[in-house]
Design a protein around this ligand. Structure first.
Ligand code: S3P
Length: 430
């Protein structure tokens, strides 16, 4: 079926089965960073198997937190607030979350160190890291144009009030992580609500913080205590199979132990409006995170418009929504998503290029797409652009195309979802 770094996808009849996903990437990063900073041993079950979270574990290991993999969990012996200077620059791989959020932690440490990444990460904007951290008293140097590598010289920080210029959970998080180590109070206000895993994780590790609408405040000098946690299944990984199910009336899928944090589950509302019936059959809360079992059944696929605050909430799911848009009745308009241009690839350009290779009509905008519905696509050779979400989005689109689709650079799916291709094989009736 596949050679080294490509996958061939054939048309499917439907999607059916039960899906149990490895831990959420966003939550895994945060638990690993805060566990490394806390006092005591943090024990994390169902930690993400993605390469991005492995980058975070390697970085916190190099900073002096002992990371131990047991059969059932990842254990992290925290440093009790004080890391040691690493012997070499920290390799963040492909992971923007690692580089940005760890910068906030490092800003409060009494040493200087460098963070670098792969070719894609080396092109991603870091001014959004520099600005708040320098205002708090750290020194952050970048290469020309505000790109990685970053050199961070941490030290004594002071609390600030910061309005994030872009709706970014990573930026909000790094300010909170630095604020935890600063003198006085740090307030961060975001233009639109973004995922709140850092707020929930900080509370789980024993910190107090306050939220009022889009303003969050944290008092510096609080100490974190180790936790035991189960990381909810990654809803952004589930998204590929939910969208795949939506493509075939009659599909039926159960997703077990998946994260249903309301700041992450906007896709369910959008897919409901598009005709996917879903019900939450169990629901529990763990360290503030909602975890549930979801049952979905597909009907006729309608198109909808996505924009404004919803686009920020759905930022990681927009490529796969766009990839299924040509198959909707009525088409889709997706706007206010300019941030997609500075992700692991320019996701707006990559989706346009790949949909067009498959014969689709697509109108590209600076901040999204308008994609007519009722189109028939044909198989083609499409490129992941080294971007995990592009590889997986087009594996989904390919299930409804005529003929075979060849996904080039398919291994990149393992950045967030190591088991993706095997899972697709299991659930797609081809
Ligand atoms: C993430 C936030 C988002 C998202 C990324 C993970 C996080 O990035 O796209 O995949 O875990 O906080 P931005 O903060 O750049 O929007």
């Amino acid at each position: 079926m596949s050679t080294q770094n490509e996958q061939i996808i054939r048309p499917a009849r439907n999607i059916a089965g039960t899906l149990r996903l490895r831990g959420d990437k966003s939550i895994s990063h945060r638990y690993a960073m805060l566990g490394a900073l806390a006092a005591g041993t943090t024990r994390l079950q169902n930690f993400s198997t993605g390469a991005d979270c492995a980058s975070t574990l390697a970085c916190v290991g190099a900073l002096g937190a002992r990371v131990n993999r047991t059969e059932s969990a990842i254990e992290i012996d925290g440093c009790g607030g004080r890391f040691r200077a690493p012997d070499a620059p920290l390799d963040c791989g492909n992971s923007g979350s690692t580089m940005r959020m760890l910068s906030g932690v490092l800003a409060g440490q009494q040493f200087s160190c460098e963070l670098f990444g792969d070719e894609s990460l080396s092109q991603r904007p870091m001014k959004r890291v520099v600005e708040p951290l320098e205002r708090m008293g750290a020194k952050v140097e970048t290469s020309d144009g505000g790109k990685p590598p970053l050199r961070i010289t941490g030290g004594k920080l002071k609390g600030i009030e910061y309005y994030t210029p872009v709706a970014s959970a990573q930026v909000k998080s790094l300010v909170l992580f630095a604020g935890l180590q600063a003198e006085g109070e740090t307030i961060v206000e975001e233009p639109l609500r973004t995922r709140d895993h850092s707020e929930l994780a900080l509370r789980a590790f024993g910190a107090e913080l306050h939220r009022s609408k889009n303003r969050i405040s944290i008092l510096g000098g609080q100490k974190l205590k180790a936790i035991e946690a189960f990381v909810p299944g990654d809803i952004s990984s589930a998204a590929f199979f939910l969208c795949a199910a939506a493509l075939f009336p009659g599909s039926s899928l159960v997703v077990e132990a998946v994260g249903l944090n309301p700041t992450r589950s906007a896709l369910l509302d959008v897919l409901a409006a598009m005709g996917l019936r879903s019900s939450v059959v169990t629901l529990e809360e763990h360290h503030g995170e909602l975890i549930g079992t979801l049952k979905v059944e597909a009907g006729e696929l309608k198109g909808v418009s996505v924009g404004g605050a919803q686009s920020a909430m759905l930022i990681d799911e927009l490529p796969v929504l766009a990839a299924i848009a040509p198959f909707t009745k009525g088409g889709m308009e997706i706007r206010d998503a300019k941030e997609l241009r500075v992700k692991e690839s320019d996701r707006i350009a990559a989706v346009t290029e790949n949909l067009r290779s498959m014969g689709a009509e697509v109108n590209e905008h600076e901040d999204g797409w308008s994609i007519p519905g009722g189109q028939n696509l044909h198989g083609a050779e499409v490129d992941s652009h080294g971007d995990h979400r592009i590889a997986m989005a087009f594996a989904v689109a390919a299930l409804r195309a005529e003929g075979e689709t060849r996904i080039m650079g398919a291994n990149t799916a393992s950045i967030s979802f190591g088991e993706f291709w095997d899972t697709l094989n299991e659930l797609a009736d081809q």
